[in-house]
Design a protein around this ligand. Structure first.
Ligand code: FES
Length: 76
């Protein structure tokens, strides 16, 4: 599974994935979807899914994953 953090936006998860509530009941997701976007700004009216509200509130979320350091060239 791969979860992509969109810059200033939702967490995007490739299908197939099941999203369940705190009781374990699944949220309906259309079968033809290629991905689901999960709200991480807190402003969506369709939580846990993103509804685009992050744009209106100016959500900032641009965290970057650590990058592996480039190995030093050897002094042979
Ligand atoms: S991330 Fe899109 S509405 Fe919250």
């Amino acid at each position: 599974m791969r979860i992509r953090c969109r810059e200033n936006g939702p967490l995007v998860v490739a299908m197939p994935v099941e999203v369940v509530d705190h009781l374990g009941n699944p949220f309906p997701i259309a079968r033809e979807k290629e991905f689901v976007a999960l709200c991480r700004c807190g402003a969506s009216q369709r939580k846990p899914f993103c509804d685009g509200a992050h744009k209106g509130i100016g959500f900032i979320g641009a965290e970057l994953a650590p990058v592996e350091p480039t190995p030093e060239p050897s002094n042979i």
